[in-house]
Ligand binder design. Structure first.
Ligand code: SF4
Ligand code: MG
Length: 295
């Protein structure tokens, strides 16, 4: 997918918004927010050359904390909007952001179909293991038995193994990063944005206010970079095994990637051979006669 490059390129300050961040001190959202701006800047994508789509959640409150075309939608529904926008205008890089709560509960159906449809968009999972915006509600990714504000005696449900679930859908790009490592977040996002189809990026972040089980320090001590250990990102089986087992260490980096699968847009027969986008093909249409039939 062609990405429009600026001759000189944008700078981080071009993404600056005068709206002040309202996240708690120490929140992992700051690292992801910085990494997103850094990745877009390094790819020479200006704020008016991309679309950033935010789900509801603490991360979503960052939607007006940076410049650019932005959308802030309904809870769990960010992916259909992002996919639709991309199909209408495939020249535009589209990044969707969602939390672990909405993405693996209210929006899980959309996530399934985004992976299997192979929409050419990037999805960034703000993974803090709980619903922070609703003050520490357990999510599908909270460890079973963990006391939370909505489950003071411990979360009774089983925890969803999110990475096993994603790999079961035969994704074409899976990466994981740690929000405290902004260089890594930047590098992973750049590759995700360059990916041919649907890129799933799991970013582990601290929520110091409500998540007492996966702190910034714990994540920092457990994460390691798979590229440092010679991981081959074309090895699906190994990538899945590395992604799933976080008991002792947490594998981060590009876990799996293939560029050999045509994306959704490339498979759309009516779009094949077109040199224009649907957005460019919009024309004025007189609906007067049509309305008479309806009235
Ligand atoms: Fe961040 Fe948690 Fe505060 Fe939300 S509640 S802003 S996720 S630290
Ligand atoms: Mg969350």
């Amino acid at each position: 997918m062609a990405i429009k490059l600026d001759a000189t390129g944008p700078m981080m300050k071009d993404y600056h918004s005068d709206n002040r961040c309202t996240w708690c001190d120490g929140c992992g959202n700051y690292g992801i927010w910085t990494g997103v701006k850094s990745a877009l800047t390094e790819l020479k994508i200006a704020p008016d050359q991309c679309l950033l789509c935010f789900d509801v959640g603490c991360h979503g409150n960052g939607s007006d904390k940076l410049k650019g075309y932005r959308f802030h939608g309904l809870h769990g529904r960010v992916l259909p909007f992002a996919a639709g926008a991309k199909i209408a205008n495939p020249k535009l890089p589209v990044i969707a952001f969602g939390g672990d709560g909405a993405s693996f509960s209210e929006g899980i159906g959309h996530l399934v179909h985004a992976v299997r449809s192979h929409y050419p968009i990037t999805f960034v999972l703000h993974n803090n293991g709980n619903y922070g915006l609703t003050t520490g509600q357990s999510s599908s990714l909270t460890p079973q038995g963990q006391p939370m504000n909505t489950a003071p005696n411990g979360m009774p449900e089983m925890t969803l193994n999110s990475m096993d679930f994603i790999f079961s859908l035969e994704p074409t790009f899976v990466a994981r990063a740690f929000s405290g490592d902004i260089k890594q977040v930047t590098a992973v996002l750049k590759e995700a944005i360059r990916h041919r189809g649907f890129a799933f990026v799991d970013i582990l972040q601290a929520c110091p206010t409500y998540n007492k089980f996966a702190t910034h320090t714990m994540l920092m001590e457990k994460y390691y970079k798979v590229e440092d250990e010679g991981h081959d990102p074309t090895d699906f089986k190994k990538a899945r095994a590395l992604a799933i087992d976080t008991s002792k260490r947490i594998a981060t980096g590009i876990l799996y990637r293939t560029e050999n699968v045509p994306n959704f847009y490339e498979r759309l027969v009516p779009r094949q051979g077109k040199t224009t986008t649907a957005v460019e093909e919009v024309e004025k249409f007189d609906v007067t006669e049509l309305m008479k039939e309806l009235l």
